[in-house]
Write a protein of this length. Structure first.
Length: 284
């Protein structure tokens, strides 16, 4: 059984008003337990609307969303419980920090889950460790932290709820290249250890190529593709028509192959590209 499934999902902003806008239409997807799925699409493609629907922050205009086989809106009074199971990290999550200390901020979710003080303490320290937040920072005000530390503290607050599904909406936005690489590595390590399902929304094709098992491509509110990372990025011309692109290294390898250089054009990372070129040079 899939962890998340949608049936004919539709969402309309400002329904039956002069400002009506269809954000999603007829979206049918299935996400399996333990998958790492990247979500890509141009601005306005419906990515953020979709993940807010999956988290129960928005209610579908039409269609169903199933979490472990159960309609999440079957009992609207219990929708809060869905948000504990499907954790959501918004873009620029550090703007959501509000408590006196980092410790209190991270513990906010577990407290609302009704956990004991011992369980809360364990989750705070475990989640802080997952995101690389040093112990001595936990008693500081979140507003004393650097930008990258604030980002990690906010993500730790969601991880502390131990969600079955973790949704990250542009988690590396605004970070420098080193900060982005470190955060992505920590997210990947968390996934490897926790074995939960992660949905990563990103404009960076390189980030998606590096860590996603499958990619969901959204365009004008519709699901266009949901396939393996390799298969999606092999369709460069289709992606370009939607205002998207393949990772730069993949584009370079495609051009090399078009010019008669016998290399694998489906590589997704710089490391893979380097190894492929070394392999080619060694055989000539």
């Amino acid at each position: 059984m899939s962890v998340i499934k949608t049936e004919n999902l539709k969402f309309v902003y400002g329904a039956e008003t002069s400002f009506e806008k269809v954000a999603l239409s007829d979206v049918n997807i299935e996400i399996e337990h333990g998958e790492f799925v990247g979500i890509i699409g141009h601005t306005g493609s419906g990515k953020s609307t979709l993940v807010q629907l999956l988290n129960g922050l928005l209610k579908p205009t039409e269609g169903k969303i199933y979490l472990d086989g159960k309609d999440i809106w079957e009992n609207p009074k219990k929708i809060r419980n869905v948000r504990f199971k499907v954790g959501m990290v918004f873009q620029y999550p550090e703007y959501q920090l509000f408590e006196e200390t980092v410790y209190k901020d991270i513990s906010f979710g577990p407290k609302n889950m009704g956990l004991s003080d011992e369980e809360i303490d364990e989750r705070v320290h475990t989640s802080a460790e997952f995101v690389g937040l040093k112990e001595e920072l936990l008693q500081k005000s979140p507003f004393e932290l650097s930008g990258g530390e604030k980002r990690r503290a906010a993500i730790a607050g969601v991880i502390a709820m131990d969600p079955d599904v973790l949704i990250l909406d542009e988690p590396t936005a605004g970070l420098d290249p080193l900060g982005r690489d470190v955060l992505l590595s920590q997210i990947q390590e968390y996934h490897n250890i926790r074995k939960n399902t992660i949905l990563l929304v990103s404009h960076s094709m390189e980030d998606i190529a590096r860590i996603a098992d499958r990619i969901l491509v959204m365009n004008h509110g519709h699901k266009v593709m949901l396939d393996t990372t390799e298969n999606v990025f092999s369709k460069g011309s289709e992606l370009e028509k939607m205002g998207l692109r393949v990772p730069q290294i993949t584009k370079i390898m495609m051009l090399l192959r078009q010019n008669g250089i016998n290399v694998d054009s489906t590589v997704l990372t710089v490391e893979q590209g380097f190894n492929e070129i070394v392999k080619y040079l060694g055989s000539n």
